[in-house]
Design a protein. Sequence first.
Length: 212
Amino acid sequence: MQWTKWICRPKPKTRLGKFLRRIERALVALLLLYAGLQAFPQVLFAHSVSAQGITIYSRDPLPREATVRIAEIAALVARSEIAVPGRREKIFVCNSPWLFRLFCPRTTGAFGAAVSFTDHVFVAQADLTTNLARRDAPGYNVRAFSPLVAHEITHGLIRKRLGTIPAFRLPDWVAEGYCEYVAGEGSFPDNEGLRVLTAGQSHPSSAFRYYL
């Protein structure tokens, strides 16, 4: 097989070749480490609370309101026609820019993201006591935590129903629109969004572009 030929390659004889081989091995080791962290991110999160098949992980102690947030998330997700009874969900509250970038390097300005293949949900910043999530953006950078998590869980449900590639090929207005429908709200206020649209205007924020 091709991969066995790659593993059993002859040792390089030149100094440059040996140096490049060491770099190659280091990169492979880093890649495997990163894949392991994506599969088991809970090793970086010291605290967790579980209920109704949903587990919230955090580096900081979780407040008593965490179980209330789980009940709210479960109720929102249950409204979806593609909800899967008994499905287990893992939510990771990063509360750290570098940690969120580590797991979601392509969505650093988002409130949260559901990673493909694992369906782990990562939230950039959140206060479960006040039920608020935050993102690294100049405006419209606060929204409710429970609807946000329900939104991201629904992305995983879509992938489970359709498959990863067909779900990826869905138009944004279908995939994101349905997730917002399940969540019941978005980051840009509906009333303001409708006012801007009916007036034939626009808005500079990324939240409005997402709303549009």
